[in-house]
Design a protein around this ligand. Structure first.
Ligand SMILES: [Zn+2]
Ligand SMILES: [Zn+2]
Length: 575
Protein backbone atom coordinates (compact mmCIF):
# COMPACT_ATOMS: atom_id res chain seq x y z
CA UNK A 1 0.00 0.00 0.00
CA UNK A 2 1.64 3.29 -1.02
CA UNK A 3 2.17 5.98 1.61
CA UNK A 4 -0.18 8.93 1.79
CA UNK A 5 1.88 12.02 1.31
CA UNK A 6 1.54 15.67 0.55
CA UNK A 7 4.31 17.92 -0.63
CA UNK A 8 3.85 21.65 -0.50
CA UNK A 9 6.49 23.91 -1.92
CA UNK A 10 5.33 27.48 -2.33
CA UNK A 11 8.23 29.54 -3.56
CA UNK A 12 7.47 32.90 -2.04
CA UNK A 13 8.53 33.40 1.58
CA UNK A 14 6.06 30.81 2.85
CA UNK A 15 7.69 28.00 4.80
CA UNK A 16 8.39 24.80 2.98
CA UNK A 17 6.00 22.13 4.15
CA UNK A 18 6.70 18.51 3.47
CA UNK A 19 4.58 15.77 4.88
CA UNK A 20 6.41 13.89 7.59
CA UNK A 21 6.10 10.55 5.86
CA UNK A 22 8.08 11.71 2.86
CA UNK A 23 11.57 10.44 2.35
CA UNK A 24 14.24 13.01 2.91
CA UNK A 25 16.89 12.41 0.34
CA UNK A 26 20.24 14.07 0.07
CA UNK A 27 20.97 16.37 -2.82
CA UNK A 28 20.44 15.25 -6.39
CA UNK A 29 20.20 11.49 -6.48
CA UNK A 30 21.46 10.14 -9.71
CA UNK A 31 18.87 8.39 -11.77
CA UNK A 32 15.97 10.47 -10.47
CA UNK A 33 13.55 12.18 -12.80
CA UNK A 34 13.40 15.91 -12.16
CA UNK A 35 10.32 18.04 -12.71
CA UNK A 36 11.33 21.68 -13.03
CA UNK A 37 8.47 24.19 -13.38
CA UNK A 38 9.70 27.47 -14.86
CA UNK A 39 6.32 29.14 -15.38
CA UNK A 40 2.58 28.65 -14.96
CA UNK A 41 2.65 27.08 -11.50
CA UNK A 42 1.47 29.62 -8.95
CA UNK A 43 0.15 31.96 -11.66
CA UNK A 44 -2.04 31.93 -14.73
CA UNK A 45 0.07 32.26 -17.87
CA UNK A 46 3.63 31.72 -19.11
CA UNK A 47 3.48 27.93 -18.96
CA UNK A 48 6.83 26.22 -19.16
CA UNK A 49 8.10 23.08 -17.48
CA UNK A 50 11.25 21.02 -17.93
CA UNK A 51 11.39 17.27 -17.44
CA UNK A 52 14.84 15.95 -16.86
CA UNK A 53 16.20 12.41 -16.82
CA UNK A 54 19.84 11.33 -17.27
CA UNK A 55 21.25 13.39 -20.13
CA UNK A 56 17.89 14.58 -21.47
CA UNK A 57 15.85 17.69 -20.77
CA UNK A 58 12.53 18.08 -22.56
CA UNK A 59 10.66 21.36 -22.23
CA UNK A 60 6.87 21.27 -22.22
CA UNK A 61 5.41 24.52 -23.62
CA UNK A 62 7.05 27.93 -23.62
CA UNK A 63 4.48 30.64 -23.02
CA UNK A 64 4.17 34.29 -22.11
CA UNK A 65 1.99 36.30 -19.81
CA UNK A 66 0.93 39.94 -20.08
CA UNK A 67 1.68 42.78 -17.66
CA UNK A 68 -1.00 44.17 -15.37
CA UNK A 69 0.86 47.17 -14.06
CA UNK A 70 4.38 47.31 -15.49
CA UNK A 71 4.29 50.39 -17.76
CA UNK A 72 5.43 49.92 -21.35
CA UNK A 73 6.01 46.19 -21.02
CA UNK A 74 4.64 44.19 -23.98
CA UNK A 75 4.96 40.72 -22.52
CA UNK A 76 6.62 38.69 -19.83
CA UNK A 77 8.33 35.35 -20.31
CA UNK A 78 9.89 32.87 -17.89
CA UNK A 79 13.49 33.25 -16.80
CA UNK A 80 15.30 30.62 -18.88
CA UNK A 81 18.54 30.65 -16.83
CA UNK A 82 18.06 27.03 -15.83
CA UNK A 83 17.70 25.90 -19.43
CA UNK A 84 20.64 28.04 -20.54
CA UNK A 85 22.88 26.56 -17.86
CA UNK A 86 21.91 23.07 -18.96
CA UNK A 87 21.56 23.79 -22.65
CA UNK A 88 23.72 20.85 -23.73
CA UNK A 89 21.13 18.47 -22.33
CA UNK A 90 18.03 20.27 -23.66
CA UNK A 91 16.83 18.04 -26.51
CA UNK A 92 13.53 19.63 -27.54
CA UNK A 93 10.52 21.76 -26.76
CA UNK A 94 7.21 19.92 -27.06
CA UNK A 95 4.08 22.06 -27.41
CA UNK A 96 0.61 21.03 -26.27
CA UNK A 97 -1.30 23.69 -28.26
CA UNK A 98 -1.05 27.14 -29.80
CA UNK A 99 -2.27 29.58 -27.13
CA UNK A 100 0.08 32.44 -26.33
CA UNK A 101 0.52 31.26 -22.75
CA UNK A 102 2.07 28.10 -24.24
CA UNK A 103 4.01 29.27 -27.31
CA UNK A 104 4.61 33.03 -26.98
CA UNK A 105 8.06 32.80 -25.38
CA UNK A 106 9.57 30.43 -27.96
CA UNK A 107 11.48 33.14 -29.89
CA UNK A 108 13.19 34.23 -26.67
CA UNK A 109 14.25 30.70 -25.76
CA UNK A 110 15.20 29.56 -29.27
CA UNK A 111 17.54 32.47 -29.87
CA UNK A 112 19.72 31.12 -27.05
CA UNK A 113 18.97 27.41 -27.11
CA UNK A 114 18.87 25.94 -30.59
CA UNK A 115 16.62 22.89 -30.27
CA UNK A 116 13.81 21.46 -32.38
CA UNK A 117 10.22 22.29 -31.51
CA UNK A 118 7.61 19.54 -31.78
CA UNK A 119 3.94 20.31 -31.67
CA UNK A 120 0.52 20.07 -33.30
CA UNK A 121 0.18 21.59 -36.80
CA UNK A 122 -1.98 24.52 -35.73
CA UNK A 123 0.37 25.50 -32.90
CA UNK A 124 3.36 25.35 -35.26
CA UNK A 125 1.49 27.49 -37.81
CA UNK A 126 1.19 30.18 -35.15
CA UNK A 127 4.79 29.70 -34.02
CA UNK A 128 5.95 30.19 -37.62
CA UNK A 129 4.09 33.53 -37.75
CA UNK A 130 5.64 34.63 -34.48
CA UNK A 131 9.18 33.55 -35.42
CA UNK A 132 8.94 35.48 -38.69
CA UNK A 133 8.96 38.72 -36.66
CA UNK A 134 12.57 37.97 -35.62
CA UNK A 135 15.84 37.59 -37.55
CA UNK A 136 17.35 34.14 -37.57
CA UNK A 137 20.70 32.97 -38.96
CA UNK A 138 19.11 29.57 -39.33
CA UNK A 139 15.36 29.25 -38.85
CA UNK A 140 14.40 27.07 -35.88
CA UNK A 141 13.37 23.53 -36.69
CA UNK A 142 9.61 22.99 -36.30
CA UNK A 143 8.37 19.42 -36.52
CA UNK A 144 4.66 18.59 -36.58
CA UNK A 145 3.51 15.60 -34.57
CA UNK A 146 0.14 13.93 -34.66
CA UNK A 147 -1.81 12.45 -31.75
CA UNK A 148 -0.67 8.89 -30.98
CA UNK A 149 2.59 9.39 -32.88
CA UNK A 150 5.44 8.18 -30.70
CA UNK A 151 8.57 10.28 -30.57
CA UNK A 152 11.82 9.33 -28.88
CA UNK A 153 13.73 12.16 -27.20
CA UNK A 154 16.72 10.72 -25.32
CA UNK A 155 15.47 9.17 -22.10
CA UNK A 156 11.84 10.01 -22.92
CA UNK A 157 9.37 8.47 -25.29
CA UNK A 158 6.67 11.07 -25.94
CA UNK A 159 3.19 10.43 -27.28
CA UNK A 160 0.65 13.24 -27.74
CA UNK A 161 -3.04 12.53 -27.37
CA UNK A 162 -6.08 14.53 -28.45
CA UNK A 163 -7.83 16.80 -25.96
CA UNK A 164 -10.65 19.30 -26.43
CA UNK A 165 -9.87 22.96 -25.77
CA UNK A 166 -10.75 26.39 -27.16
CA UNK A 167 -8.23 26.29 -30.01
CA UNK A 168 -7.97 23.62 -32.72
CA UNK A 169 -5.45 20.81 -32.57
CA UNK A 170 -4.91 20.68 -28.78
CA UNK A 171 -3.08 17.80 -27.18
CA UNK A 172 -1.96 16.34 -23.90
CA UNK A 173 1.28 14.38 -23.61
CA UNK A 174 2.29 10.97 -22.33
CA UNK A 175 5.95 10.50 -21.40
CA UNK A 176 7.21 6.95 -20.95
CA UNK A 177 10.44 6.67 -18.99
CA UNK A 178 12.26 4.02 -17.02
CA UNK A 179 10.94 5.51 -13.77
CA UNK A 180 7.37 5.28 -15.01
CA UNK A 181 4.77 6.94 -17.20
CA UNK A 182 3.89 10.62 -16.87
CA UNK A 183 0.65 12.05 -18.23
CA UNK A 184 0.32 15.81 -18.88
CA UNK A 185 -3.24 16.92 -19.57
CA UNK A 186 -2.31 20.09 -21.48
CA UNK A 187 -5.16 22.63 -21.37
CA UNK A 188 -8.19 20.39 -21.63
CA UNK A 189 -11.88 19.94 -21.18
CA UNK A 190 -13.99 16.87 -21.73
CA UNK A 191 -16.65 17.57 -24.34
CA UNK A 192 -18.11 14.34 -25.66
CA UNK A 193 -19.39 16.08 -28.77
CA UNK A 194 -16.88 18.74 -29.79
CA UNK A 195 -17.30 20.78 -32.95
CA UNK A 196 -14.25 19.38 -34.70
CA UNK A 197 -15.45 15.83 -34.02
CA UNK A 198 -12.24 15.05 -32.12
CA UNK A 199 -13.10 14.40 -28.47
CA UNK A 200 -10.59 13.98 -25.69
CA UNK A 201 -8.96 10.58 -26.33
CA UNK A 202 -10.29 8.82 -23.22
CA UNK A 203 -9.88 5.27 -24.64
CA UNK A 204 -6.16 5.92 -25.11
CA UNK A 205 -5.83 7.35 -21.59
CA UNK A 206 -7.68 4.36 -20.22
CA UNK A 207 -5.18 2.08 -21.92
CA UNK A 208 -2.25 4.13 -20.54
CA UNK A 209 -3.79 4.07 -17.05
CA UNK A 210 -4.10 0.29 -17.09
CA UNK A 211 -0.32 0.03 -17.31
CA UNK A 212 0.10 2.34 -14.32
CA UNK A 213 0.80 6.07 -14.26
CA UNK A 214 3.59 7.45 -12.08
CA UNK A 215 2.58 11.14 -12.32
CA UNK A 216 -0.44 13.04 -13.61
CA UNK A 217 -0.07 16.75 -14.34
CA UNK A 218 -3.48 18.36 -14.79
CA UNK A 219 -4.95 21.75 -15.73
CA UNK A 220 -6.18 23.50 -12.55
CA UNK A 221 -7.68 26.67 -14.09
CA UNK A 222 -11.34 25.97 -13.26
CA UNK A 223 -10.97 24.07 -10.00
CA UNK A 224 -13.30 26.60 -8.35
CA UNK A 225 -16.08 25.93 -10.84
CA UNK A 226 -18.45 23.08 -10.02
CA UNK A 227 -19.88 20.89 -12.75
CA UNK A 228 -18.72 20.77 -16.36
CA UNK A 229 -17.49 23.44 -18.71
CA UNK A 230 -20.24 22.74 -21.27
CA UNK A 231 -20.13 22.30 -24.99
CA UNK A 232 -18.93 24.84 -27.49
CA UNK A 233 -21.86 23.76 -29.67
CA UNK A 234 -24.32 25.87 -27.68
CA UNK A 235 -22.09 28.93 -28.15
CA UNK A 236 -21.70 28.60 -31.89
CA UNK A 237 -25.46 28.10 -32.33
CA UNK A 238 -26.09 31.26 -30.29
CA UNK A 239 -23.60 33.30 -32.30
CA UNK A 240 -25.19 32.16 -35.55
CA UNK A 241 -28.57 33.36 -34.25
CA UNK A 242 -27.17 36.83 -33.55
CA UNK A 243 -25.79 37.03 -37.10
CA UNK A 244 -29.07 35.92 -38.65
CA UNK A 245 -31.18 38.29 -36.58
CA UNK A 246 -29.03 41.43 -36.82
CA UNK A 247 -30.74 44.21 -38.74
CA UNK A 248 -28.00 46.79 -38.16
CA UNK A 249 -24.25 46.41 -37.74
CA UNK A 250 -23.20 43.49 -35.58
CA UNK A 251 -19.79 43.41 -33.93
CA UNK A 252 -18.77 40.13 -32.30
CA UNK A 253 -15.71 40.20 -30.12
CA UNK A 254 -13.90 36.98 -29.23
CA UNK A 255 -10.47 35.40 -28.78
CA UNK A 256 -9.11 34.99 -32.31
CA UNK A 257 -7.80 31.54 -31.44
CA UNK A 258 -11.32 30.14 -31.12
CA UNK A 259 -11.61 29.00 -34.72
CA UNK A 260 -14.81 27.12 -33.86
CA UNK A 261 -16.63 30.38 -33.09
CA UNK A 262 -14.95 32.14 -35.99
CA UNK A 263 -16.22 29.45 -38.35
CA UNK A 264 -19.73 29.65 -36.95
CA UNK A 265 -19.75 33.39 -37.59
CA UNK A 266 -18.34 33.05 -41.10
CA UNK A 267 -20.83 30.32 -41.97
CA UNK A 268 -23.80 32.30 -40.63
CA UNK A 269 -22.63 35.41 -42.49
CA UNK A 270 -22.32 33.48 -45.74
CA UNK A 271 -25.81 32.05 -45.29
CA UNK A 272 -27.30 35.44 -44.46
CA UNK A 273 -25.59 37.16 -47.41
CA UNK A 274 -23.50 39.39 -45.16
CA UNK A 275 -19.95 40.63 -45.58
CA UNK A 276 -17.35 40.30 -42.84
CA UNK A 277 -14.78 42.76 -41.59
CA UNK A 278 -12.11 41.03 -39.47
CA UNK A 279 -10.54 43.53 -37.09
CA UNK A 280 -7.42 43.09 -35.00
CA UNK A 281 -3.97 41.67 -35.55
CA UNK A 282 -4.36 38.41 -33.64
CA UNK A 283 -7.62 37.69 -35.44
CA UNK A 284 -5.94 38.23 -38.82
CA UNK A 285 -3.11 35.88 -37.80
CA UNK A 286 -5.50 33.13 -36.82
CA UNK A 287 -7.54 33.59 -40.01
CA UNK A 288 -4.36 33.30 -42.07
CA UNK A 289 -3.08 30.17 -40.30
CA UNK A 290 -6.49 28.50 -40.24
CA UNK A 291 -6.99 29.26 -43.95
CA UNK A 292 -3.57 27.79 -44.77
CA UNK A 293 -4.38 24.63 -42.85
CA UNK A 294 -7.82 24.23 -44.40
CA UNK A 295 -9.62 24.83 -41.10
CA UNK A 296 -12.03 27.55 -42.28
CA UNK A 297 -15.59 26.67 -43.17
CA UNK A 298 -16.78 26.89 -46.77
CA UNK A 299 -18.28 28.77 -48.50
CA UNK A 300 -16.60 31.86 -47.08
CA UNK A 301 -18.53 35.14 -46.99
CA UNK A 302 -16.84 38.10 -48.71
CA UNK A 303 -14.22 39.64 -46.41
CA UNK A 304 -13.86 43.39 -46.65
CA UNK A 305 -11.23 45.81 -45.43
CA UNK A 306 -11.90 48.58 -42.94
CA UNK A 307 -11.97 51.33 -45.64
CA UNK A 308 -15.17 49.84 -47.08
CA UNK A 309 -16.92 49.27 -43.77
CA UNK A 310 -18.66 52.63 -43.37
CA UNK A 311 -20.25 52.47 -46.81
CA UNK A 312 -21.49 48.88 -46.43
CA UNK A 313 -25.24 48.79 -45.65
CA UNK A 314 -25.55 48.45 -41.91
CA UNK A 315 -27.68 45.32 -42.00
CA UNK A 316 -25.12 43.56 -44.22
CA UNK A 317 -22.04 44.10 -42.08
CA UNK A 318 -20.64 41.65 -39.54
CA UNK A 319 -17.51 42.84 -37.76
CA UNK A 320 -15.45 40.20 -35.97
CA UNK A 321 -13.03 41.85 -33.59
CA UNK A 322 -10.37 40.74 -31.16
CA UNK A 323 -9.82 42.96 -28.14
CA UNK A 324 -12.57 41.47 -25.99
CA UNK A 325 -10.47 42.31 -22.91
CA UNK A 326 -10.64 46.02 -23.79
CA UNK A 327 -6.95 46.16 -24.62
CA UNK A 328 -6.41 49.91 -25.21
CA UNK A 329 -4.80 49.57 -28.66
CA UNK A 330 -7.33 47.07 -29.98
CA UNK A 331 -9.88 48.04 -32.61
CA UNK A 332 -12.81 47.31 -30.32
CA UNK A 333 -11.62 49.91 -27.80
CA UNK A 334 -11.30 52.43 -30.61
CA UNK A 335 -14.77 51.61 -31.90
CA UNK A 336 -16.07 52.19 -28.39
CA UNK A 337 -14.46 55.60 -28.05
CA UNK A 338 -15.40 56.61 -31.60
CA UNK A 339 -11.71 56.97 -32.52
CA UNK A 340 -11.50 54.23 -35.11
CA UNK A 341 -10.28 55.75 -38.38
CA UNK A 342 -12.59 53.91 -40.71
CA UNK A 343 -15.69 52.84 -38.85
CA UNK A 344 -18.10 54.60 -36.53
CA UNK A 345 -20.78 52.64 -34.72
CA UNK A 346 -24.21 54.18 -34.31
CA UNK A 347 -27.32 53.84 -32.23
CA UNK A 348 -29.00 50.56 -33.10
CA UNK A 349 -25.77 48.65 -33.79
CA UNK A 350 -25.00 45.68 -31.54
CA UNK A 351 -21.76 44.54 -29.91
CA UNK A 352 -21.65 40.96 -28.65
CA UNK A 353 -18.87 39.99 -26.25
CA UNK A 354 -18.29 36.26 -26.66
CA UNK A 355 -15.65 35.81 -24.02
CA UNK A 356 -15.01 35.76 -20.33
CA UNK A 357 -13.50 38.62 -18.38
CA UNK A 358 -9.88 37.87 -17.59
CA UNK A 359 -9.22 38.82 -13.94
CA UNK A 360 -7.70 42.28 -13.80
CA UNK A 361 -9.52 43.51 -16.92
CA UNK A 362 -12.90 44.20 -15.26
CA UNK A 363 -12.46 47.94 -14.99
CA UNK A 364 -11.32 48.37 -18.59
CA UNK A 365 -14.18 46.23 -19.85
CA UNK A 366 -16.73 48.24 -17.85
CA UNK A 367 -15.34 51.42 -19.39
CA UNK A 368 -15.58 49.86 -22.86
CA UNK A 369 -19.20 48.87 -22.30
CA UNK A 370 -20.01 52.35 -20.95
CA UNK A 371 -18.46 54.00 -23.98
CA UNK A 372 -20.44 51.80 -26.36
CA UNK A 373 -23.72 52.27 -24.53
CA UNK A 374 -23.28 56.06 -24.44
CA UNK A 375 -23.42 56.07 -28.23
CA UNK A 376 -26.62 54.02 -28.20
CA UNK A 377 -24.96 50.75 -29.15
CA UNK A 378 -26.58 47.66 -27.62
CA UNK A 379 -24.03 45.54 -25.76
CA UNK A 380 -24.74 41.89 -25.09
CA UNK A 381 -22.48 39.94 -22.77
CA UNK A 382 -22.46 36.69 -20.82
CA UNK A 383 -24.63 38.12 -18.05
CA UNK A 384 -27.37 38.81 -20.59
CA UNK A 385 -26.93 35.56 -22.46
CA UNK A 386 -25.00 32.76 -20.72
CA UNK A 387 -24.75 30.90 -24.02
CA UNK A 388 -22.25 33.45 -25.36
CA UNK A 389 -19.26 31.74 -23.82
CA UNK A 390 -18.14 28.45 -22.34
CA UNK A 391 -14.73 27.85 -20.86
CA UNK A 392 -12.06 25.87 -22.68
CA UNK A 393 -10.81 24.47 -19.38
CA UNK A 394 -12.11 21.50 -17.42
CA UNK A 395 -14.33 22.27 -14.44
CA UNK A 396 -14.37 20.13 -11.29
CA UNK A 397 -16.41 17.24 -12.72
CA UNK A 398 -14.07 16.92 -15.69
CA UNK A 399 -10.96 17.27 -13.50
CA UNK A 400 -12.38 14.55 -11.25
CA UNK A 401 -13.08 12.35 -14.26
CA UNK A 402 -9.49 12.61 -15.48
CA UNK A 403 -7.99 11.81 -12.07
CA UNK A 404 -10.30 8.82 -11.68
CA UNK A 405 -9.45 7.59 -15.15
CA UNK A 406 -5.68 7.93 -14.76
CA UNK A 407 -5.39 6.87 -11.09
CA UNK A 408 -1.81 8.18 -10.80
CA UNK A 409 0.60 7.38 -8.02
CA UNK A 410 1.50 11.08 -7.76
CA UNK A 411 -0.61 14.09 -8.73
CA UNK A 412 0.96 17.43 -9.67
CA UNK A 413 -1.57 20.18 -10.40
CA UNK A 414 -0.42 22.65 -13.06
CA UNK A 415 -1.76 25.75 -14.90
CA UNK A 416 -3.09 27.85 -12.02
CA UNK A 417 -2.54 30.17 -9.10
CA UNK A 418 -1.30 28.71 -5.83
CA UNK A 419 -4.89 28.54 -4.63
CA UNK A 420 -5.94 26.64 -7.78
CA UNK A 421 -3.07 24.16 -7.40
CA UNK A 422 -3.78 23.60 -3.72
CA UNK A 423 -7.49 23.04 -4.28
CA UNK A 424 -6.85 20.70 -7.22
CA UNK A 425 -4.41 18.68 -5.08
CA UNK A 426 -7.10 18.42 -2.39
CA UNK A 427 -9.53 17.10 -4.98
CA UNK A 428 -7.01 14.43 -6.02
CA UNK A 429 -6.43 13.45 -2.38
CA UNK A 430 -10.17 13.12 -1.83
CA UNK A 431 -10.26 10.79 -4.80
CA UNK A 432 -7.62 8.57 -3.20
CA UNK A 433 -4.46 9.60 -5.07
CA UNK A 434 -1.66 8.46 -2.72
CA UNK A 435 0.65 11.43 -3.22
CA UNK A 436 -0.04 15.04 -4.21
CA UNK A 437 2.58 17.71 -4.82
CA UNK A 438 1.92 21.42 -4.89
CA UNK A 439 4.98 23.03 -6.39
CA UNK A 440 5.39 26.54 -7.72
CA UNK A 441 7.83 27.89 -10.30
CA UNK A 442 11.39 27.05 -9.35
CA UNK A 443 10.55 24.29 -6.86
CA UNK A 444 11.93 21.02 -8.19
CA UNK A 445 10.26 17.69 -7.62
CA UNK A 446 12.46 14.64 -7.97
CA UNK A 447 11.16 11.13 -8.18
CA UNK A 448 12.03 7.55 -8.84
CA UNK A 449 9.72 4.64 -9.42
CA UNK A 450 8.36 4.66 -5.84
CA UNK A 451 9.03 7.93 -4.05
CA UNK A 452 9.01 11.65 -4.68
CA UNK A 453 10.89 14.37 -2.84
CA UNK A 454 11.89 18.01 -3.23
CA UNK A 455 15.26 18.52 -4.88
CA UNK A 456 17.44 21.62 -4.95
CA UNK A 457 15.41 24.43 -6.49
CA UNK A 458 16.05 26.00 -9.89
CA UNK A 459 16.24 29.67 -10.80
CA UNK A 460 12.82 30.88 -11.96
CA UNK A 461 11.42 34.34 -12.49
CA UNK A 462 9.95 36.79 -14.94
CA UNK A 463 11.67 38.51 -17.85
CA UNK A 464 10.01 41.71 -19.08
CA UNK A 465 10.07 42.43 -22.79
CA UNK A 466 9.49 45.73 -24.55
CA UNK A 467 9.80 46.04 -28.35
CA UNK A 468 11.39 42.59 -28.49
CA UNK A 469 14.15 43.37 -26.01
CA UNK A 470 14.63 42.53 -22.37
CA UNK A 471 14.14 45.28 -19.80
CA UNK A 472 16.69 44.73 -17.01
CA UNK A 473 15.03 44.58 -13.57
CA UNK A 474 16.76 47.80 -12.47
CA UNK A 475 15.30 49.68 -15.46
CA UNK A 476 11.83 48.38 -14.71
CA UNK A 477 12.18 49.27 -11.05
CA UNK A 478 13.22 52.84 -11.92
CA UNK A 479 10.38 53.13 -14.40
CA UNK A 480 7.79 51.97 -11.91
CA UNK A 481 9.20 54.31 -9.30
CA UNK A 482 9.09 57.17 -11.80
CA UNK A 483 5.46 56.32 -12.57
CA UNK A 484 4.65 56.56 -8.88
CA UNK A 485 6.70 59.52 -7.68
CA UNK A 486 8.19 61.22 -10.75
CA UNK A 487 11.79 62.24 -11.27
CA UNK A 488 14.06 65.13 -10.27
CA UNK A 489 17.35 66.03 -11.93
CA UNK A 490 19.79 68.41 -10.20
CA UNK A 491 22.70 69.86 -12.13
CA UNK A 492 25.77 71.15 -10.26
CA UNK A 493 28.47 73.22 -11.98
CA UNK A 494 31.62 73.04 -9.79
CA UNK A 495 35.28 73.87 -10.09
CA UNK A 496 38.11 71.35 -9.89
CA UNK A 497 37.97 71.31 -6.07
CA UNK A 498 34.20 70.81 -5.97
CA UNK A 499 33.10 74.35 -5.08
CA UNK A 500 29.91 75.55 -6.76
CA UNK A 501 30.52 77.90 -9.70
CA UNK A 502 26.82 78.73 -10.07
CA UNK A 503 23.64 78.00 -8.10
CA UNK A 504 22.33 74.43 -8.57
CA UNK A 505 19.65 73.93 -11.25
CA UNK A 506 16.72 71.59 -10.89
CA UNK A 507 14.43 69.94 -13.43
CA UNK A 508 11.41 67.82 -12.53
CA UNK A 509 9.13 65.46 -14.46
CA UNK A 510 5.92 64.11 -13.00
CA UNK A 511 6.51 65.71 -9.59
CA UNK A 512 5.07 69.22 -9.55
CA UNK A 513 3.81 71.72 -12.10
CA UNK A 514 7.03 73.66 -12.47
CA UNK A 515 5.39 76.93 -13.65
CA UNK A 516 3.32 77.12 -10.46
CA UNK A 517 5.98 75.90 -8.07
CA UNK A 518 8.90 78.28 -8.69
CA UNK A 519 9.26 78.91 -4.94
CA UNK A 520 9.42 75.24 -4.11
CA UNK A 521 12.04 74.62 -6.79
CA UNK A 522 13.95 77.63 -5.51
CA UNK A 523 13.91 76.07 -2.04
CA UNK A 524 15.26 72.82 -3.43
CA UNK A 525 18.14 74.66 -5.13
CA UNK A 526 18.77 76.76 -2.00
CA UNK A 527 18.86 73.75 0.32
CA UNK A 528 21.14 71.84 -2.03
CA UNK A 529 23.46 74.87 -2.27
CA UNK A 530 23.54 75.28 1.50
CA UNK A 531 24.40 71.64 2.04
CA UNK A 532 27.14 71.73 -0.57
CA UNK A 533 28.79 74.86 0.79
CA UNK A 534 29.16 73.08 4.14
CA UNK A 535 31.29 70.36 2.54
CA UNK A 536 35.04 70.51 3.13
CA UNK A 537 37.05 71.02 -0.05
CA UNK A 538 38.24 69.35 -2.11
CA UNK A 539 35.33 66.93 -2.48
CA UNK A 540 34.50 64.29 -5.04
CA UNK A 541 31.48 63.96 -7.34
CA UNK A 542 29.91 61.20 -5.35
CA UNK A 543 29.86 63.27 -2.18
CA UNK A 544 28.36 66.22 -4.09
CA UNK A 545 25.65 64.07 -5.67
CA UNK A 546 24.78 62.45 -2.39
CA UNK A 547 24.44 65.72 -0.49
CA UNK A 548 22.43 67.44 -3.24
CA UNK A 549 20.02 64.53 -3.70
CA UNK A 550 19.45 64.18 0.02
CA UNK A 551 18.69 67.88 0.40
CA UNK A 552 16.27 67.78 -2.55
CA UNK A 553 14.44 64.69 -1.30
CA UNK A 554 14.06 66.27 2.14
CA UNK A 555 12.46 69.42 0.71
CA UNK A 556 10.08 67.45 -1.51
CA UNK A 557 9.04 65.20 1.34
CA UNK A 558 8.25 68.19 3.50
CA UNK A 559 6.51 70.20 0.79
CA UNK A 560 4.68 67.64 -1.37
CA UNK A 561 4.62 64.64 0.95
CA UNK A 562 6.64 62.17 -1.13
CA UNK A 563 10.19 61.65 -2.27
CA UNK A 564 10.72 61.63 -6.04
CA UNK A 565 13.39 59.57 -7.78
CA UNK A 566 16.32 61.98 -7.61
CA UNK A 567 19.44 62.18 -9.75
CA UNK A 568 22.30 64.64 -9.82
CA UNK A 569 24.77 65.49 -12.56
CA UNK A 570 28.09 67.13 -11.63
CA UNK A 571 29.81 69.26 -14.29
CA UNK A 572 33.39 69.99 -13.25
CA UNK A 573 35.41 72.76 -14.90
CA UNK A 574 37.65 75.66 -13.91
CA UNK A 575 36.69 77.94 -16.78
ZN1 LIG B 1 -4.91 27.06 -23.80
ZN1 LIG C 1 -3.11 27.80 -21.07
Amino acid sequence: MPRKAEIFAPTRDAPLLTHATLHCKSLRMTGALRIVPLGGLGEVGMNCMALELDDTIVVIDCGVTFPDREPGVDLIHPDFAYLLENRARVKAVVLTHGHEDHIGALPYLLRDVDVPVYGPDYALGLVRERLSEFDWDRPPELIAIQPRQVLTLGAFSVEPFRVTHSIPDSTGLVFRTRVGTLVHSGDFKIDPNPIDGQPCDLPFLDEVARQGVRVLFSDSTNVDVEGSSGSERSVVATLADYVREANARLVVSLFGSNIFRLNALLRAAAEAGKVVLPLGRSLQTHLRVAERQGLLSRPMPPLISAENAQTTPRDRLLVIASGSQAEPQAALARLATGTHNQLRLESGDTVVLSSRVIPGRERAIHALIDNLERTGVRVVQRFDDPKLHVSGHACRDEQRMLIELIRPQTFVPVHGTYHHLKRHAALARDLGVPETCVIENGAVLELDADTAWLGPSAQAGRVHIQAGLELPPVVLRDRMLMAEVGMVLITLAVDSRGALRAPPRVLTRGVVWEDAERDLLGDVCGEAELAITKLPLPCDDEMLRDVACRAARRVFREEVGFRPLTHCVVLRSDE
